[in-house]
Design a protein around this ligand. Structure first.
Ligand SMILES: [Mn+2]
Length: 278
């Protein structure tokens, strides 16, 4: 299925490969494509940046979805010398224990690492999404309705994908998450921050912090991020061609909207380290 993926530069070993929002269990999940990436690229660290699962109903997982999980399990084998970490999202919230047993990877609320003398932070991003944080129940009900629509939608899932994009735009989620993440990163003295959640790949720089969004694997456009000697790149599947769409100027919302949302659930930041779940 799909065309073969060629890594950007053959032989390149990335410091880190990051992907998010695979939504296993959803009919829109492009698990096979995501699996191609995990097998074609080379990396020392793999960060699964949340919402890898769509919901906790394992009966919705197809054989492709199980293959993806089994690949993660293999990658986490110490012999491979790849550090595999799972950062929890709002959809796979509460899976920490299960995941560490099922696929053998530690689960974090936030993950911090150092590369080229810079502190890097990975956090799913729903923490900066006021609606999801405050209305977890309403969100869950909305997701169930959305799941039913997906089931009756045509094979191409055009309507569902359109809904997904409207959802993102209507809530102006991209800028809200970017804004919250940048403020959060600054408090922790991180030079780069990586989020998922919005399903819209993005990169921008604001007040000395680089912000990147990994996008998703439920849309026609599937993306992942690599961090390495060539810097940070957003790759689009298939093809592996890196696209640099970094905005040097901050989005207008970043400067005009002063409301920064850091939920009480997130502990104080100064000098923070990685935070394990459970
Ligand atoms: Mn999410």
């Amino acid at each position: 299925m799909g065309s073969p993926l060629h890594p950007t530069i053959p032989g390149t070993i990335h410091d880190t490969l990051i992907l998010s929002d695979v939504h296993l269990g959803s009919e829109m999940s492009r698990a096979q494509a995501a699996l191609d990436v995990l097998q074609a690229e080379r990396y020392r660290r793999l960060i699964l940046l949340g919402d890898i699962f769509s919901d906790l109903n394992f009966r919705r997982l197809t054989s492709e979805h199980w293959k993806f999980l089994s690949c993660i399990r293999k990658l986490s084998n110490p012999k491979r010398k790849i550090e595999v970490v799972w950062v929890e999202g709002n959809h796979d919230h509460g899976l920490a224990d299960l995941m560490s047993h099922l696929v053998g990877v530690p689960v974090y609320q936030r993950y911090v690492w150092e590369y080229e003398g810079k502190r890097h932070l990975a956090i799913h991003g729903h923490q900066f999404d006021r609606f999801v944080s405050r209305n977890l129940l309403i969100s869950r009900i909305g997701e169930q309705i959305y799941y039913q629509i997906q089931k009756i939608d045509s094979k191409a899932k055009r309507f569902s994908r359109c809904l997904d994009r409207i959802n993102t735009r209507w809530l102006r989620l991209s800028d809200k998450v970017a804004q919250g993440a940048i403020a959060y990163a600054r408090q922790g003295d991180c030079a780069r921050v990586f989020c998922g959640h919005t399903h819209a790949a993005l990169s921008l720089r604001h007040e000395g912090v680089e912000y990147y969004n990994t996008g998703s694997w439920v849309d026609a456009r599937a993306t992942y991020i690599t961090v390495g000697e060539q810097g940070v790149r957003i790759h689009e599947y298939p093809g592996g061609a890196a696209s640099q769409f970094q905005r040097e100027e901050p989005a207008p919302e970043l400067t005009s909207a002063p409301s920064m949302f850091v939920p009480a659930a997130l502990p104080a930041m100064t000098g923070y380290k990685s935070l394990r779940c459970g």
